[in-house]
Design a protein around this ligand. Structure first.
Ligand SMILES: NC(=O)c1ccc[n+]([C@@H]2O[C@H](COP(=O)([O-])OP(=O)(O)OC[C@H]3O[C@@H](n4cnc5c(N)ncnc54)[C@H](OP(=O)(O)O)[C@@H]3O)[C@@H](O)[C@H]2O)c1
Length: 244
């Protein structure tokens, strides 16, 4: 599977890490329910698939809402840690949180695990009390601007932390923001055998009624069926590769 993370035939040094997003959606394209309650609609196999993808990366990336709602630690199981060590990697990928507002609770599960360093990319508008509390648990990268510059964040990950591959675990808002900026290279998509309906339940690209600035063209590079679930791997076709 690691082959999927490597760029074929690229000799020049890329300006940012290779970004692989992993999502599950229902047959009718929903990634969660209307209320954004944590919904468990995928199999054990899919959860293992997510862990495997996470374990292949140098960093795992998550948006603040998914972190809050799902309260994930973003660790990996011992056998995958072992496999990483054998490959000469750290036991687990660096964990990266993105938030514009910066009001991230320091009691979230992620901060109770020290499996790998945690980086927070946010803005200087992060309230002081959050800064103080979070500094004890994570390294803060705070921009002077109102919003996090995702391309700059990826460059920092590459230049400062030697990150070559990023596993983006959503949610849809963060994924869409990356997609709109041409910052996603691969999409691993699980189609789970359910339908939720509901116009207010987010799809892969969130709830925005707006079209993407330009349609994104994907090429299907792998397909695997396990039980009633379908695991698809798409390469995202960039108009100008890594133009940032
Ligand atoms: N089915 C799946 O595979 C899957 C995967 C992941 C998540 N989910 C579900 O998706 C739901 C949450 O998704 P979501 O789309 O609402 O949220 P999200 O993308 O996880 O997080 C959105 C938040 O992240 C920060 N953020 C996102 N993009 C940013 C950017 N460009 N710059 C700076 N900060 C940015 C902001 O935080 P601040 O508000 O702090 O500024 C924003 O409010 C949850 O219910 C979760 O369970 C499903």
């Amino acid at each position: 599977m690691s082959r999927q993370l490597r760029r074929k035939g690229s000799s020049r040094i890329p300006s940012r890490p290779f970004v692989v997003a992993t999502f599950a959606m229902t047959v009718d394209g929903k990634t969660t329910t209307r209320n954004f309650t944590p919904v468990d609609f995928t199999s054990r196999e899919d959860k293992l698939h997510l862990f495997r993808q996470r374990a292949l990366a140098d960093a795992v990336l998550i948006g603040h809402t998914s972190l809050k709602r799902d309260n994930v630690r973003l660790g990996i199981p011992p056998e995958l840690q072992k496999a990483r060590r054998k490959r000469g990697q750290t036991p687990a990928p660096i964990r990266v949180i993105v938030s514009d507002k910066g009001k991230i609770g320091n009691r979230l599960n992620i901060f109770q695990s020290d499996i790998s360093p945690i980086l927070i990319f946010s803005a200087r508008r992060m309230p002081r009390k959050y800064r103080q509390a979070l500094r004890e648990k994570a390294t803060l990268h705070l921009t002077r601007a109102q919003h996090v510059d995702l391309a700059a964040m990826l460059r920092t990950l590459r230049d400062k932390y030697k990150v070559r591959t990023v596993a983006c675990e959503g949610g849809p808002t963060l994924f869409r923001a990356l997609l709109e900026r041409g910052l996603v290279d691969q999409l691993n998509l699980t189609i789970a055998p359910y339908m939720f309906g509901g116009a207010n339940a987010p799809t892969l690209t969130g709830l925005s009624k707006q079209f993407l600035p330009a349609s994104v063209h994907c090429s299907l590079i792998d397909i695997r069926v396990v039980g009633d679930e379908c695991f698809l791997t798409y390469r995202i076709k960039h108009k100008r590769r890594h133009s940032n």
